[in-house]
Design a protein around this ligand. Sequence first.
Ligand SMILES: [Zn+2]
Length: 493
Amino acid sequence: MSIFRFKCMLCFVVVVLWTVACSFSSFLPSFSATPVVVAPTPVLPSPTVTLSFGSLQAPASPTPAVGFSVRTHPDGSLYVGDQVSLEVLPPDGFETDNKSVEVQFQGQVLGAQPFRPFGIAERQQATFFWIWDTAELSAGAHVLTFVVQPDGFSWTETFTLRPATEVPSPEPAARWESLTSDCCLIYYITGTDAHRDLEFLVEMAEGEAERVEAHFGVPFQERIPLTFLPRVLGHGGFAWDGVYVSYLDENYAGGATRQVIHHEMVHWLDARQGGDLRPSILVEGLAVYLSGGHFKEEPILPRAAALLDLNWYIPLRELTDAFYTSQHEIGYLQAAALVAYLIKTFGWERFDDFYRDIHPAADGKQSSALEIALQKHFGLRLEALEADFLVFLRAQDVDDAHRADIRLTVAFYDTLRRYQQRFDPSAYFLSAWLPDIAEMRRRGIVADLLRRPRAPINQKIEGLLIAADVALRAGDYAATESLLRQVMTLLEQ
Ligand SMILES: [Zn+2]
């Protein structure tokens, strides 16, 4: 669950620690049999956008604008009063170096942004946060002009604003609120499920903060900024300038609020214990290990050993150097088992000394940095550590339930990500729409988090995913598989 927000993501310079991510499975024939991430999505145009390349102008360059797509935020319909953000995505093969996009409205330049990497996927795009203030506009169609510089070609797109009176509940009254508890500074939006369940959530946060302190053996030195999001983003949690947890009745990413809070609080406390370079595999491994599981409390070692039976084990060097783009559930589980193995073998203090004494290697690879520290602290090459780790895993008692549960856990999250890529792309972890939430609070913006796709297909699939999660947590593997097959059928239509 961790990611380098906008190291990758929007050029913000903060570390984001996700709760989960990636894709595949063998439970259905249509899935890839290889544990690799599905490539970042073909992005769907917003339903409110009318692509109007008919008005394309090509003054200075023969480069066609056809193939550019524009996504709007908030998701879904736009309403008078929205502060609209835009993502401009170039067509495949378009050379974006040293190019930018300028957005014009009614003869005025709203802003210009260069193409640059966005999200974990580092997708090239021009991103405009809250660039178009529609507060003074009338309902109806409005035209924005997009100009690619220095090429000079342009095109227009028409957006329809619905009347402000039609904005969906809990808007327009919804607003940011906060409260202070012993552990946390808690942020939420009024009128949401988190607001309704606030007392329960505060109690949960207090309990998890105490457990994290006990696991770590050190106290939090400051209150943790903890924000409850009324929308699924990624897999339901991340940490960056605070801890962010999705909380909504229709949380199709799994009912793991307590686990996610714990995981992200571990990241928060871990980051404050120092360390020059903390490799992602150990950051996430530690969070899962100290949380007693990834999305639920689970027997980490036998489940990791089950990966060997399934031929899903990822070699450590490969996993270390591509942690967030490796199959997500497998990577996190292996990482947790590795941390468990290191702590069991060398003890917490020696592990912690090693973990806090890892430094960037000359080749820039996390595996090289890890190996230098392994040699310094334990006299081990990475391959030697891996050989011992595999012997340790093969000695675990693995039963059919372990294999079935991890197989279907992988299948569940692969299916979920496929759903996000096709029908809820703003939530897909590799290119999720994660604006600066502190800035949203300052500006009083809530719509980017409140609005999400609610078409019948969204409701149908999300309902099936929620049911599959319940079945999986109950150990009803036949029902889980059946429900996931239903989702896949819908996704393939
Ligand atoms: Zn994490």
